[in-house]
Design a protein around this ligand. Structure first.
Ligand SMILES: [Fe+2]
Length: 582
C-alpha cells in the first residue's frame, strides 16, 4: 500500500510518501514554493499542501488514486470534519477522496523518530517541542493508541496551565515503542510555557523570530550562566518533575534590558555580555530540564536506547549531554526532528498499520533527483570548467587553495541541516573563510559557527565523541592539539557540531574528502547549508546556480560537473598554476 503523510504545521508544512513500507520521498513545502518556513496559515492559504503532495507523487510516478491511506497531523483546534470541509473547498488536490486518518502531533514526532531509527525491539522515545497539538482537541479528534490509552486512564498528564482549559497543548511526551507500536507513558501539557516555548520566546526576544533557536544555541558558549535560575520553575512530585516558565522579576528585568538593546542597537554586538550570559543561562537550564526528563524515562522504562525528537532535539549541545549524562547507551535523533518530520512520522505510522515498515537506510536524502541543463546554468553566469580533469582531485585542490564550493548532488536533505547533497564546502583550516562565509556568502551573523563533515575513520583522532553524529545532531570536543589546525570549524568553547561521514552514506563526498586529505592531510571539510540567510535550502540545479551567482561562491558542482562562477573569476584565492591555466 502507498501511504501519504501530511504535516499541517504552521511553519514547517510537508508531505512524505511510503510505498509498500519503504520511505521513498519527503519534502517541506518551503523547498517547492521557495518561501522560508512556508506553513499552513489558518486564515490565508489554509490547508493546501498540493505543491508538496504533487512533488512526492510525481517523483514516484503516482497519482492520488494510487494512495491507499493519508495520515495527517495538525496543531490547531479544528475537528477532523472541519479540516475535511476546508480541504474540500480549497484549490489543489481532492485529497479527501482517499481514506484519511488524523493522529496526535507528538505521536507523529515519535513515530518518525522510532521508525526511521536503526533501533528495533523496545526503545524509549521522548518528544519535546515548542507546542504540539491542543490536548483537548487531540483527545476528541485524533485516533490511534495514544488518545485511547489516555481515555482509559492511568497515564499521568501534568498540566502546567490548568486554568487555560482546552488551550493547553502537548509540551513534552514520553513513550515506549516496540515492533508492535507505540505506547504513551506520560505527558506534560500547558499553554506556551514549556521547555521549547521558553527557548523560542528568548530567541524571539534577541533575534526577532521564535524559530531562531539555533542562533541562540550558537551564542550561548560566548557567555556564562547566571548564578541563579532565571527561566524555569521546577514543580511536580519528586519522582516526576516538570519545568514551567518562570515569572521571576530577575528574568523580567533582563528581558526588558534586552528589549531596549534591540530597539537601540539593532543587529550589532551580539557578543554583549547581556545577551551571551542570558543565552548561556537559558541553554544550561534547558539542558538540565531535558536531563531530568530523560533520566525519568530511562529509570521508568529500564531501557538503554532513546529516540529523541521534536524541535528541541535540534539542540545538539543538549543532545550531547543526554548521551553523556544519562544511562541511555545509544541515542538517535532524526535529521528532521522539527515539524517538517511530522509527515514522515505520519506516513510511517500508516505503513506500520498495514504490515512491516522497511528499515530506513537514509532518513535524510529524500528529495527528488534532477537532471540539469548546461545551457540554463551557463545562462545564469556560470561557466563549465575543468572538463578534462578528475573532478574530485581538482575540486579538492581548489578548496585547498581557498575556494568556496557549492556542492549539489542527487535528492535534497530533509531537515534544516545540509548533509552533503546541498552544501557549501570550504577548507576547515582557513579562519578567514569563516568570515567570508558568514558575511559575504551566507549573509548572517558573524558569531555563528561552522561545522565539519569528517571521515568516520578519523573521528577519534580529531574529536572526543560521545554519540555518533551522522546528521549533525550532536557536538564533540575538538582535541586540544587539533584546534589550531582546524580553527574554522572549532567553536569558541572548543566544540564542533560535526557530521560523521560513512562511505555508504555518500560515496561522492567521501571521495572528495579523501582527495582533500591526500593534498592537505586533513580528513574533513567545512560544511554549511547551501542557501543564504532567509532562504530555504536550494532544491533544483537552477536554484543552485542562482544562489551561487548571488552569493559569490567560487564554484558550483552539479552532480559531479563543475562550473566556475564567472563573476568572481572562480578562483577567489587560488595561486596554483594549474588553476590559473583554467
Ligand atoms: Fe512539533
Amino acid at each position: 500500500m502507498n501511504v501519504l503523510g501530511l504535516s499541517f504545521s504552521d511553519h514547517e508544512a510537508s508531505a512524505a510518501l511510503v510505498m509498500d513500507g519503504k520511505l521513498v520521498s519527503a519534502i517541506a513545502r518551503e523547498r517547492v514554493t521557495r518561501i522560508k518556513r512556508d506553513g499552513i496559515r489558518w486564515g490565508g492559504c489554509r490547508l493546501d499542501l498540493s505543491p508538496a503532495i504533487q512533488y512526492c507523487l510525481e517523483t514516484n510516478g503516482l497519482t492520488l488514486d494510487d494512495i491507499g491511506l493519508i495520515v495527517w497531523s495538525h496543531t490547531d483546534h479544528l475537528s477532523a470534519d472541519e479540516v475535511y470541509k476546508q480541504l474540500a473547498t480549497e484549490g489543489g488536490l481532492d485529497i479527501c477522496s482517499r481514506p484519511m486518518l488524523p493522529i496526535p502531533h507528538h505521536f507523529a514526532h515519535a513515530c518518525g523518530a522510532y521508525y526511521s531509527s536503526p533501533f528495533r525491539g523496545e526503545v524509549a522515545v521522548m518528544i519535546v517541542d515548542g507546542a504540539g497539538g491542543p490536548f483537548g482537541a487531540m483527545m476528541k479528534n485524533c485516533t490511534g493508541p495514544e488518545p485511547e490509552k489516555i481515555a482509559r486512564g492511568g497515564v499521568p498528564v501534568q498540566n502546567l496551565s490548568p486554568f487555560e482549559g482546552d488551550g493547553s497543548r502537548e509540551l513534552e511526551s514520553f513513550y515506549r515503542f516496540d515492533d508492535k507500536g507505540g505506547e504513551v507513558l506520560r505527558k506534560v501539557i500547558g499553554h506556551w510555557c514549556g521547555i521549547g516555548a521558553v527557548y523560542g520566546h528568548a530567541s524571539k526576544l534577541i533575534f526577532g523570530d521564535y524559530l531562531d533557536a539555533g542562533k541562540t544555541m550558537g551564542l550561548a558558549p560566548y557567555g556564562r550562566p547566571h548564578a541563579t535560575k532565571l527561566f524555569f520553575e521546577e514543580t511536580g512530585p519528586e519522582e516526576m518533575r516538570v519545568f514551567a516558565r518562570s515569572v521571576s522579576q530577575e528574568r523580567s528585568a533582563l528581558e526588558n534590558r534586552i528589549e531596549k538593546w534591540r530597539q537601540h542597537t539593532r543587529a550589532s554586538n551580539y557578543k554583549s555580555e547581556l545577551l551571551t550570559d542570558f543565552t548561556a543561562s537559558l541553554q544550561w537550564e534547558t539542558e538540565e530540564a531535558l536531563l531530568e526528563h530523560a533520566r525519568w524515562l530511562q529509570k521508568h522504562t529500564g531501557l538503554k536506547r532513546l529516540c529523541f525528537s521534536g524541535g528541541v532535539a535540534l539542540n545538539c549541545v543538549a543532545n550531547t549531554r543526554l548521551a553523556e549524562e544519562t544511562d541511555f547507551e545509544e541515542i538517535f535523533v532524526p535529521p528532521c526532528p522539527g515539524d517538517d518530520g511530522i509527515s514522515i512520522g505520519c506516513a510511517l505510522y500508516g505503513a506500520s498499520l498495514n504490515g512491516a515498515v522497511q528499515p530506513v537506510t537514509s532518513p535524510s536524502y529524500l528529495g527528488r533527483d534532477y537532471s540539469h541543463d548546461r545551457q540554463a546554468i551557463e545562462g545564469l553566469g556560470l561557466a563549465r570548467c575543468f572538463e578534462n580533469d578528475d573532478v574530485y582531485e581538482i575540486v579538492a585542490q581548489e578548496i585547498a587553495n581557498g575556494a568556496v564550493v557549492a556542492w549539489y548532488e542527487g535528492g535534497a536533505e530533509m531537515g534544516p541541516r545540509a548533509l552533503g547533497h546541498r552544501s557549501f564546502l570550504a577548507d576547515p583550516r582557513r579562519v578567514d573563510l569563516r568570515e567570508r562565509l558568514n558575511h559575504e556568502i551566507k549573509r548572517r551573523e558573524g558569531f555563528r559557527p561552522f561545522a565539519p563533515v569528517v571521515l568516520e575513520e578519523a573521528v577519534a583522532e580529531y574529536f572526543v565523541e560521545s554519540n555518533p553524529s551522522y546528521f549533525m545532531s550532536f557536538v564533540a570536543e575538538v582535541r586540544e592539539p587539533k584546534r589550531a589546525i582546524i580553527p574554522a570549524i572549532t567553536h569558541v568553547d572548543g566544540s564542533a557540531r560535526y557530521q560523521v561521514l560513512r562511505e555508504q552514506d555518500n560515496p561522492s563526498l567521501f571521495k572528495l574528502i579523501r582527495a582533500f586529505e591526500q593534498i592537505t592531510g586533513i580528513p574533513m571539510l567545512l560544511n554549511t547549508s547551501f542557501n543564504r540567510a532567509g532562504e530555504p535550502l536550494v532544491e533544483t540545479p537552477v536554484d543552485a546556480a542562482r544562489c551561487v551567482v548571488d552569493s559569490t561562491a567560487d564554484y558550483l558542482v552539479v552532480n559531479h560537473i563543475p562550473y566556475r562562477n564567472a563573476a568572481t573569476g572562480g578562483l577567489w584565492h587560488s595561486t596554483t598554476a594549474h588553476a590559473k591555466a583554467h
